[in-house]
Design a protein around this ligand. Structure first.
Ligand SMILES: CC(C)(COP(=O)(O)OP(=O)(O)OC[C@H]1O[C@@H](n2cnc3c(N)ncnc32)[C@H](O)[C@@H]1OP(=O)(O)O)[C@@H](O)C(=O)NCCC(=O)NCCS
Length: 160
């Protein structure tokens, strides 16, 4: 498996992967417009045949704060460690920029728990986070779970 930054050539494969899952209601849909605008956020997993089998994004939100989003692994390859590897690489990239707090809004808390994230109440996240929510079909009845991972010096023991 090869992990690398996404390029324009990957957009249609990412669009299909994400929106197939979105059609089943397990993640939020993404428009091509959003994928193009956030192309530099994304890392893809490419199998030996050159097929895109996984994607994930790191989106900078605020001072030292970034969101892990757009996580999707091809259904035939889930539970093979691909999603975990994408998140670890996204966080490594974030750390080089100085990100200290990673968060996610997810329907799969078990997956993020194994990566060191813990659940928080949504109002523990800054208001800036909710900018995109206005456009979400689920707004204002969000049923995603907010999770946070603090890094290094930012780690605290308050459970927040
Ligand atoms: C969620 C998803 C991205 C995880 O990717 P993945 O490659 O399957 O995850 P990994 O194999 O790296 O999983 C690592 C560990 O996380 C945990 N985990 C993974 N998926 C899980 C799930 N659905 N429920 C509970 N724990 C899970 C497991 O402990 C797993 O280790 P194990 O397989 O040895 O038990 C992938 O299953 C997926 O694309 N799901 C459909 C779309 C989706 O739900 N996206 C996320 C929306 S926020």
């Amino acid at each position: 498996m090869k992990y690398r930054k996404a390029t324009f050539a990957d957009i249609e494969a990412i669009f299909a992967l994400v929106n197939d899952y979105a059609g089943d209601g397990v993640m939020l849909a993404r428009s091509r417009n959003t994928l193009y605008e956030t192309l530099r956020d994304m890392i893809v997993a490419e199998d030996d045949a050159g097929e895109i089998v996984g994607v994930g994004g790191l989106h900078i939100l605020w001072d030292r704060l970034a969101e892990i989003r757009t996580m999707a692994v091809s259904p035939r390859l889930t539970r093979h460690g691909i999603g975990g590897e994408i998140v670890r690489r996204l966080m490594a990239e974030g750390r080089t920029l100085g990100v200290e707090k990673f968060f996610t809004l997810t329907y799969k808390p078990g997956f993020f728990q194994t990566l060191g994230f813990h659940t928080v109440t949504k109002d523990a996240l800054p208001q800036k986070v909710w900018k995109d929510c206005i456009d979400c079909p689920k707004f204002p009845n969000c049923d995603e779970i907010a999770m946070v991972k603090l890094d290094g010096a930012a780690e605290d023991t308050s459970g927040q």
